[in-house]
Design a protein around this ligand. Structure first.
Ligand SMILES: [Zn+2]
Length: 91
């Protein structure tokens, strides 16, 4: 679980960059730039992390580790009962 938690932290603390002023907002889980209000986009592609999480999930399924599988699936955005895409966890 320790490895997965570190993966999750790495996955969620990606560098975000403003599309307008190019300000880098690292470490803040926000969607808008604090300076100009422009949208923030990931400056680092999460594809590698997604691939690793997929491996974890498959391993978890193979070994019957339900919790690990659930966490990995949740990080991959496959959690059941989560309505809508994108801005969850705002208010
Ligand atoms: Zn900005």
């Amino acid at each position: 679980m320790g490895l997965l938690r570190r993966e999750a932290a790495d996955y969620q603390t990606q560098d975000l960059g403003c599309v307008k002023c190019k300000q880098v907002a690292s470490g803040h889980l926000r969607t808008l730039c604090g300076l100009c209000g422009g949208a923030l986009v990931n400056t680092r592609r999460p594809e590698a992390a997604v691939r690793r999480l997929t491996v974890y999930r498959n391993l978890a399924a193979f070994h019957g580790m339900e919790v690990l599988g659930e966490v990995a699936g949740w990080l991959l955005g496959e959690a059941p009962g989560e309505g809508g895409e994108g801005g969850d966890g705002g208010r």
